[in-house]
Design a protein around this ligand. Structure first.
Ligand code: PBG
Length: 322
């Protein structure tokens, strides 16, 4: 036998030399759920290990994560039902606690990269990502709302705007609003290929943001489609996106690989709430080893072509891999 692939696997050191994919905590973005409270720490039942965080807990969590090598965070607001309305007006209001949190985090930790979520659903009494009229999601009238939300977040000091709404033309309209308001240095990580997925369940629990009627299939992508992701990527590139994202990650590794090949922009993947909950639940039932399963999942996403990953496992991974 001339070829013996096992020679390259004979020790941990050799395996380290020939390893094709390396994932470091610096490539992870850690999603956090923020509330209006000062000191709340409300565990999220469907996301074991994650909690809705008041200001003190948020700052503590960020400080701990930084020590582990995580430098990037995504903030999601948990908005009180009484503040939600049809136009998501709380999202740009001066007393929006989410904007205050962004300001505070950047003041205390100026070196971190903070990413926002831009979509109407956390603020909308309809629970949809766009404006609702007669049971329809109205694309073009949603765009100025998203633009206004983005400018308010830029004003507060956000580094990256993350439009997760899947309206047509939103990257362009956000880019132009940011540029016209003097925020041309603020980046856009577009949720380019965001699928109408069952795997967002725990996230919607965490935010209490389930759609009040229907589903999101008229704006989020059909899980059967991959070519369509290239079309979305082309549009987002043309409209000025800096980073393209695929979401969810695990069921869409082929889409990640396709976008990586197709685009010269950095590719990001969102290891979503359901993917995290699945591993946690299986581990709690003694079905698999949580640490190994989580690391293997994250590695597979990187191997498929993701340059960076949004994941609730960020802290756990960093603890094991610094
Ligand atoms: C809101 C938004 C969702 C997620 C991120 N931003 C939910 C949805 O589209 O319904 C899901 C993230 C996760 O499941 O971890 N537009």
């Amino acid at each position: 036998m001339i070829n013996r692939p096992r020679r390259n696997r004979k020790s941990e050191v050799i395996r380290g030399l020939v390893r094709e994919t390396r994932l470091t905590p610096g490539q992870l973005l850690y999603p956090l759920f923020v509330t209006a409270d000062e000191s709340a720490h409300n565990p999220i039942t469907s996301l074991p290990g994650q909690a809705q965080l008041g200001e003190e807990e948020l700052l503590k969590e960020i400080e701990e994560s930084i020590k582990l090598g995580i430098r990037s965070f995504v903030l999601f607001p948990v908005v009180n039902e009484s503040l939600k309305d049809e136009t998501a007006s709380y999202s740009w209001s001066d007393d929006n606690f989410y904007l205050h949190r962004i300001r505070k985090v950047k003041e205390l930790f100026p070196e971190v990269v903070l990413m926002s979520d831009v979509a109407m659903d956390p603020y909308s009494s309809d629970g949809h990502d766009g404006l609702v009229k007669n049971g329809q999601i109205i694309n073009d009238k949603t765009l100025p709302i998203l633009a206004k939300m983005s400018v308010a977040q830029a004003q507060a000091g956000i580094d990256i705007i993350g439009p997760s709404d899947m309206m047509d033309g939103r990257v362009g309209s956000i880019r132009s609003a940011l540029d016209h308001s003097g925020y041309s240095e603020v980046s856009i990580m577009s949720y380019t290929a965001k699928y109408a997925s069952a795997y967002y369940g725990p996230f919607r629990d965490a935010l209490d943001s389930k759609p009040k009627f229907g589903d999101k299939k008229t704006y989020q992508m059909d899980p059967a489609n991959a070519d369509e992701a290239l079309r979305e990527a082309m549009l987002d590139e043309d409209e000025g996106a800096d980073i393209l994202m695929v979401k969810p990650a695990l069921c869409y590794l082929d889409v990640i690989a396709k976008l990586k090949e197709f685009s010269s922009l950095p590719i990001s993947a969102y290891n979503v709430s359901g993917e995290y909950a699945m591993i946690k639940a299986a581990a709690q039932n003694g079905c698999l080893d949580e640490a190994r399963a989580a690391d293997e999942m994250l590695l597979s996403i990187a191997r498929a072509g993701a340059d960076m990953i949004l994941t609730y496992f960020a802290k756990d991974f960093a603890r094991r891999n610094t």
